[in-house]
Ligand binder design. Structure first.
Ligand code: BES
Ligand code: ZN
Ligand code: ZN
Length: 499
């Protein structure tokens, strides 16, 4: 169950845990300074100075000093370092607080008291996100902590909390979808979740089944899905507000399991591949929050969904496939399947939607994690402006996107003697840079085949193979699927997107 957030003007609501901020000492040798709510401590019999001194507290983010109380319904006071008090520090502090409070029933905190809407939102999002968990245990322990009250001085903070709820809810939807085991999560199941979402959030929805995919020529999605007993799907969702400003298309990779196909992965390589639809999950999460966040832009979500399996009818290395719109690919490695399904979706977008901007998000290449590590998403964009606005949005949302180059000189590694493109680089070129190569493959699908005059939309590609999963809890991220990209994309849309 999701932690319920509310705001109140006073902490004396009988919460079991009261969390107050501390900031670093202003001169050496002194103790951190307790912020909003410090005046309550004496009445609770709390000697903050003694506790901070004993714990050698510094007031840095993620530091929490716990003091048992047992008076006026307050069981524990937490003194949480917030460092410079910026949104990033507050996120860390809120996450640390909620983890320490998880075995109590209720929490009240002054972490965002006297701060701006951004701070209130950051604390709210982090409290909810850090307390997320996913389980399929036969006897799951219900979460003890069910409510968190943000003590604020400004009632306008209600709006910021509403945005925090919508955003965190969207991230949680993405986490839940990606954490769901693939035994349950067939392509049909995922498409059904999108239909359900459309109903709940008043979006228009269209689902292509396999016959429809064949009729329309979605050769990439069909090629990847044919090795599985479970048939692929293609989902389109539309958020179409009245008098919309601009049109954005979001494309999310929806591989419900990636075994590699006939280019089979190792057991270790495929053990985490139920989350290979994290890009699609992020896009669905984003769509779930557009109404609550009052996004005035037309947003279309496209999610190509398939299970990549090595069944008897699977695509073989050397096969040539025809994508939506007519471009052909020589499939030399069936494990480079994400780009094949995304290519169909992008071709569909430029044929039918002609948006100002396309952004795709995908767990596309292991290579993306080599230089950047697993905590940053790789950000590619065809315009400086789009790259900058997405990087800034990620920053504002508490996510890490790092700009990457689209290296023109590597393009010839994708030349094929028999098709328009090969789906993996010709290794004899020795370019390496697998994430860049995948980007160059996708970029081809921004224009219809044979067209020289078509003006391609601005395009950004987020390769989130690293940050879509976490190996352990860290700040507002929890082990397993992270819902990465939801916050960046929502902030980007809130900031007005295209321009
Ligand atoms: N889903 C994988 C990428 C991936 C790997 C995501 C590890 C998360 C963690 C993708 O479909 C894939 O297998 N890519 C290949 C591409 C290669 C065959 C060119 C890869 O990264 O090895
Ligand atoms: Zn793969
Ligand atoms: Zn994959």
């Amino acid at each position: 169950m999701t932690l319920a957030l509310s705001v109140a003007p006073s902490p004396l609501g009988g919460a079991a845990v009261l969390a107050l901020p501390t900031t670093p000492a202003t001169s050496p040798g002194e103790l951190p300074v307790v912020g909003a709510g410090a005046d309550l401590l004496a009445g609770l019999g709390v000697d903050a100075a003694a506790a901070l001194s004993r714990e050698e507290a510094k007031g840095e983010p993620a530091e929490v000093v716990a003091i048992p109380v047992g008076r006026d319904g307050v069981e524990t006071v937490l003194l949480a370092g917030i460092g410079d008090g910026g949104a990033a520090s507050l996120r860390k502090a809120a996450a640390a607080v909620v983890r320490r409070a998880k075995n109590y029933e209720s929490l009240a905190t002054t972490l965002a008291h006297g701060r701006d809407d951004e701070a209130v939102r950051a604390v709210g999002e982090s409290l909810v996100l850090a307390s997320y968990f996913f389980t399929r245990k036969s006897e799951p322990k219900p979460a003890k902590l069910t409510t968190a009250v943000l003590v604020v001085d400004d009632p306008v903070a209600e709006g910021a909390i509403a945005r925090a709820r919508a955003t965190a809810g969207a991230v949680i939807l993405a986490r839940d979808l990606a954490n769901t085991p693939s035994l349950e999560k067939s392509p049909e199941w995922l498409a059904d979740r999108a239909v359900e979402l459309a109903r709940d959030c008043k979006l228009e929805v269209q689902v292509w089944d396999v016959d429809h995919l064949r009729r329309d020529g979605f050769g990439g999605i069909l090629a990847v899905g044919r090795g599985s007993e479970r048939q692929p799907r293609f989902v389109r969702l539309d958020h179409a507000p009245k008098q919309a400003r601009g049109h954005v298309v979001l494309v999310g990779k929806g591989i419900t399991f990636d075994s590699g196909g006939l280019s089979l992965k190792t057991n270790e390589g495929m053990a985490t591949m139920k989350t290979d639809m994290s890009g699609g999950a992020a896009v669905l999460g984003v769509m779930s929050a557009l109404q609550a966040l009052q996004i005035g832009i037309k947003v279309t979500a496209l999610v190509p969904i398939a299970e990549n399996m090595p069944g008897g009818d699977a695509t073989r290395p050397g096969d040539v496939i025809t994508h939506y719109g007519g471009r052909t690919s020589e499939v030399l490695n069936t494990d480079a399947e994400g780009r094949l399904v995304l290519a169909d979706a992008m071709a569909y977008a430029i044929t039918h939607l002609r948006p100002e901007v396309i952004v795709d998000i995908a767990t596309l290449t292991g290579a993306a994690t080599l230089g950047l590590g697993k905590r940053h998403g790789a950000l590619y964009a065809t315009t400086d402006r789009l790259r900058q606005s997405l990087a800034a949005a990620a920053d504002a949302g508490g996510e890490r996107l790092w700009p990457m180059p689209i290296v023109e000189g590597y393009r010839d590694a994708l030349d094929s003697p028999v098709a328009d493109l090969r789906n993996v680089a010709d290794q004899s070129k020795h370019y390496s840079g697998g994430s860049i190569i995948a980007t160059l493959f996708l970029r081809e699908f921004l224009t219809p085949p044979g067209s020289t005059t078509a003006i391609a939309p601005a395009w950004a590609h987020l390769d989130v193979a690293g940050p879509a999963r976490a190996d352990s809890d860290e700040d507002d991220v929890t082990k397993g699927a992270t819902g990465f990209g939801v916050r960046a994309l929502l902030r980007w849309l809130e900031a007005g997107a295209p321009a």
